[in-house]
Design a protein around this ligand. Structure first.
Ligand code: HGY
Ligand code: MN
Ligand code: MN
Length: 404
């Protein structure tokens, strides 16, 4: 069994629901904390020096004698999952980073640069709503003052979640995990079918579509489901339902993406017209302008419907990520010069910490590993072992190219 497979087996049961096979590895909960502890142990077992920022971000550093701390090379990804997520989104990049170091050492590679494997916390934003929260805090894209006000679905503040997870929070004199990092390469399971259709096990990302998450609060008037005449109602469920249909149509007509995957109804009773419906739109588009146009179109139609229903609508942007074009030189260096031919270069509609580090000015690229069904954010997300091992080899080759 390879190092990769042994590590994969160790983490597979952590946070996995017996009922659905889905993963519940929300940040700063026991399952994700167990994975972080596993990662620290896996680093220490390899003699990597572990740095933590007190938030849950971690890096294990391989620092060969004479390697320059001013020119650090970082790989890694995230360990947290969406609700009922798959096994590969995130952890594949972390485990492959450790396995790539094993592979480089087995081949006798001695990097001239420190090589780190990183873990960024709350990449999915599945608990506090802001995507890539850990890497945004690391790069300063989000301040701690702003982030500490975030609350999860139970109303828990971020600072209290950290305390419950025995994490000290950001410390002024703590290590800057990204100090001296000049290159970042993230390996990730492909969240789509391009590599399947192209017949390649590994690909390289060209960039990330801009995307955002918007909260739609619709206020209506609670009333009796039976005695209230239909024409007398101010039913927020109607405004919500029409907005979902409008979003779907707007995305289809413009070739973009729009999803309402989360909704909360108050009081959520069977025999009452609701007082309020809150729903979250995930919108993604091929450019910043088309994202704005898509969200604008959906919001306008929602407001028109609210007018008709006598409800009031408030739309709040909770998380917005701009377009990302990865460093073309780096993409070219990773994608070309392979005996089996160039690796395909693909765009993605999925957000990643790599997008945040790229926006912070770090030369960044991503490697994708083939996903036979393309399905992600689902228990059926999958990658075959031979493709995962091809990903480890590709990452080891890439890190070697970039550090020797
Ligand atoms: O939602 C995304 O795009 C990513 O999986 N965090
Ligand atoms: Mn994801
Ligand atoms: Mn991911």
């Amino acid at each position: 069994m390879t190092d990769f497979e042994a590590m994969w087996r160790e983490i597979a049961p952590v946070g996995r629901s017996a009922a659905t096979g889905g993963y519940l590895r929300q940040p700063w909960t026991s399952a994700e904390g167990e994975l972080r502890a596993w990662f620290v142990e896996a680093c220490e077992g390899r003699g990597l020096r572990v740095e933590s920022d007190g938030l849950g971000n971690l890096v294990g550093w391989w620092e060969p004698a004479g390697s320059s701390p001013e020119d650090r090379l970082l790989t890694g990804s995230h360990l947290d999952s969406v609700l009922e997520g798959g096994a590969y989104d995130g952890p594949l990049g972390v485990v492959s980073g450790l396995a790539a170091i094993d592979r480089m050492r087995a081949l006798g590679v001695v990097p001239r640069r420190p090589v780190g494997v990183g873990v960024f916390v709350e990449e999915e934003g599945s608990r506090f709503g802001l995507a890539c929260l850990g890497s945004r805090l690391l790069t300063g894209a989000t301040t701690w003052e702003a982030a500490r006000e975030l609350r999860d679905r139970e109303g828990v503040f971020l600072a209290d979640a950290l305390e419950a997870a025995d994490l000290p929070g950001p410390s002024a004199d703590g290590p800057d995990l990204l100090a001296g990092v000049t290159t970042f390469v993230e390996l990730h399971v492909e969240q789509g079918r391009a590599l399947v259709d192209l017949g390649h096990a590994v690909g390289v990302a060209s960039g990330i579509w801009p995307h955002g998450r918007y909260r739609f609060d619709v206020e209506g008037v609670a009333d009796h489901a039976g005695t209230t005449r239909m024409e007398d109602r101010r039913d927020p469920m109607l405004t919500y339902a029409m907005t979902v249909l409008a979003a779907n149509k707007a995305a289809r007509l413009s070739g973009e993406r729009a999803t309402f995957g989360r909704v909360e109804v108050l009081p959520n009773g069977t025999n009452a017209v609701p007082s309020r419906v809150t729903a979250w739109l995930d919108a993604r588009a091929s450019s910043a302008d088309s994202l704005d146009a898509l969200v604008e179109r959906i919001t306008t139609q929602a407001r028109e419907r609210a007018e008709r229903d006598g409800t009031t609508l408030t739309v709040t942007a909770e998380s917005v990520s701009g377009p990302v074009s990865f460093d073309p030189d780096l993409v070219g260096r990773l994608a070309t010069g392979h005996a089996g031919g160039d690796w395909p270069v693909l765009p993605t509609q999925a957000g990643h910490d790599a997008g945040v580090l790229s926006a912070a000015g770090i030369a960044t690229a991503m490697l994708f590993v083939r996903n036979p069904t393309g399905v992600s954010h689902s228990p059926s997300e999958h990658a075959e072992v031979p493709d995962c091992l091809a990903g480890v080899d590709a990452l080891a080759e890439s890190l070697t190219r970039l550090s020797t």
